[in-house]
Design a protein around this ligand. Structure first.
Ligand SMILES: Cc1cc2nc3c(=O)[nH]c(=O)nc-3n(C[C@H](O)[C@H](O)[C@H](O)COP(=O)(O)OP(=O)(O)OC[C@H]3O[C@@H](n4cnc5c(N)ncnc54)[C@H](O)[C@@H]3O)c2cc1C
Length: 478
């Protein structure tokens, strides 16, 4: 491996492990530092008693693009025997009824009462006329986007109440860029799609790929090849300081059970949350960079797993809970993604609760959080009773979702520019770019950064310019 630059990667999630795997293939000496005791980051599988579950089922999305198909071809060998190809099985619960998601308009219009249907259509007409005369703005709020495209009634029912709960903010304070996944959604498209005149917008994933034993199979497979080639993945080894000499990172200090250690690098790849990375740099970056980094906030998540003494509760992968009487956001059933992970006579649900890390509920006992989730589960109308609960488990993700507050890019861009003043640093991944994207993107970015280093060298400023273009596409829902 001599002659190639020594690369240190921070984080063994989908982005970091994919970068390390591709660099290993290209012959680079690589060391991955990972805080946790396993690879996979948020895309990992954990064992809870007899149950194997992801951090919320993590299916690999299949986009109908050449890049996506190439990524899929590369990773398929890691999915083991008989991988599963799943057709999206998502529902929303609205006013006590299940609806297919992406929304099928006729189902909604005929499902709700006639008065509400009339209001949905009337409001949409009104919003369309208003938006024809509205002055152009640099950035819309999520609410403005929603009301313009769906009309007030449908927006409130299907997005407004739910989004305010997920993000912990009024939707007037959230950027319309949060709508990236559903950017092409509007009432006209929903109706055309329902009538079969128009296909799903490309941003909807309709097919997923999944290894039978859980998503970790992918990342553990990559990790095994990295190690077999003589490179290192150091688990339980959080980076605590990034030391620089002027414009170059020279070494990283990381903690281990045996005390702090230091590793030198020619190139540093970071998938860590940007505010955490900024806080680790020594000597510190200019004060303005930390000030902007402090304005980038994350929504935290509690995952409440409830195992039931029955073979199955629903036929769906995910159910979104739109009504305001719910406190939790979403429920998934791992068995419907892969039946091999759950005992035949049992099922396990994963219920998601979004919180701010500084609100009291984040510190509530597991029992309290479980009770809150159980109350909502009982409200869903599937007839669950407490006596059939086999066990419950709670997991936490402190930095689950980057929050796109209005004008968040005024803070994000100075931070990305600031950290990439260190020329041999390149950030990537969901947290390294503050980009609410999925695993296929992050695995793709891991491959892309490795190819970039091989073909163009490691210059953070060139990399960040490439990433800003990529992010623009994602913000526009492309
Ligand atoms: C509930 C939920 C469900 C999701 N479902 C799906 C899905 O079905 N399909 C999909 O494609 N995507 C899904 N996603 C998104 C997916 O999880 C992310 O896109 C992906 O995990 C991001 O990969 P990453 O490598 O960028 O970040 P991460 O997965 O967050 O990895 C970052 C890694 O850095 C490590 N780290 C942090 N601090 C340090 C430190 N100081 N030193 C060393 N290591 C450190 C972390 O432990 C972690 O392993 C979901 C996300 C959530 C929250």
């Amino acid at each position: 491996m001599s002659g190639k630059q020594k690369v240190v990667v921070l984080g063994a999630g989908p982005a970091g492990i994919s970068a390390a795997w591709r660099l290993t293939r290209l012959g680079y000496p690589v060391t991955v530092l990972e805080k946790d005791e396993a690879v996979g980051g948020m895309g990992r599988t954990i064992s809870l008693g007899d149950y194997k579950v992801d951090f919320g089922p993590h299916t690999f999305h299949i986009r109908e693009t050449a890049e996506s198909k190439q990524i899929l071809r590369t990773i398929t060998p890691f999915f083991g025997e008989n991988p599963l190809t799943l057709v999206r099985g998502t529902r929303v619960l609205l006013r006590g009824k299940e609806y297919v998601y992406p929304l099928e308009m006729l189902q909604v219009l005929f499902g709700v009462n006639p008065l509400l249907s009339a209001l949905i259509i009337w409001d949409y007409g009104l919003a369309t006329i208003k938006s024809m005369f509205a002055p152009a703005k640099t950035e819309d709020s999520f609410e403005e986007w929603g009301v313009r495209n769906l009309g007030r009634t449908l927006y409130d029912l299907c997005f407004g109440i739910y989004s305010a709960r997920v993000w912990g903010l009024p939707t007037t304070q959230i950027s319309s860029k949060q709508a990236q996944r559903v950017a092409k959604l509007n009432l006209k498209n929903i109706i055309l799609r329902t009538l079969g005149i128009k296909a799903d917008p490309t941003t909807y994933f309709t097919k997923y790929f999944y290894p039978r034993a859980g998503i970790s199979q992918l990342y553990e497979g990559m990790a095994a090849e990295i190690r077999a080639a003589g490179n290192q993945i150091l688990l339980g080894s959080p980076a605590i300081r990034v030391e620089r000499e002027g414009e170059r990172v020279s070494q990283v200090v990381y903690a281990t059970s045996g005390g702090d250690k230091t590793i030198a690098c020619d190139v540093l790849l970071s998938t860590l949350p940007l505010p955490a990375l900024v806080g680790m740099v020594s000597p510190p970056l200019p004060e303005s960079v930390s000030r902007h980094a402090d304005r980038l906030r994350y929504r935290s998540l509690k995952l409440i797993y409830i195992a039931l003494k029955r073979p199955r509760l629903t036929d769906y992968h995910w159910i979104y809970l739109l009504d305001e009487h719910f406190r939790v956001n979403r429920m998934s059933e791992q068995k419907n993604v892969s039946p091999d992970m759950v005992p035949k006579d049992r099922t396990i649900l994963c219920i998601e609760l979004s919180l701010w890390k500084d609100e009291p509920l984040w510190k509530a006992s597991d029992e309290e959080i479980y009770r809150l989730a159980l109350r909502d589960l009982m409200k869903m109308g599937y007839g669950v009773t407490e006596s059939e609960v086999d066990a419950y488990y709670i997991a936490e993700i402190p930095t689950a979702y980057p929050v796109y507050e209005l004008n968040f890019e005024d803070h994000l861009i100075p931070v990305l520019d600031g950290v990439h003043q260190m020329r041999n640093l390149m950030t990537l991944g969901r947290h390294g770019l503050f980009l609410n994207n999925s695993m296929d993107d992050n695995v793709g970015l891991g491959f892309q950064v490795a190819d970039h280093i091989e073909q163009q060298g490691a210059d953070g400023r060139v990399w960040v310019a490439e990433m800003l273009e990529f992010m623009k596409l994602r913000f526009a829902g492309k």
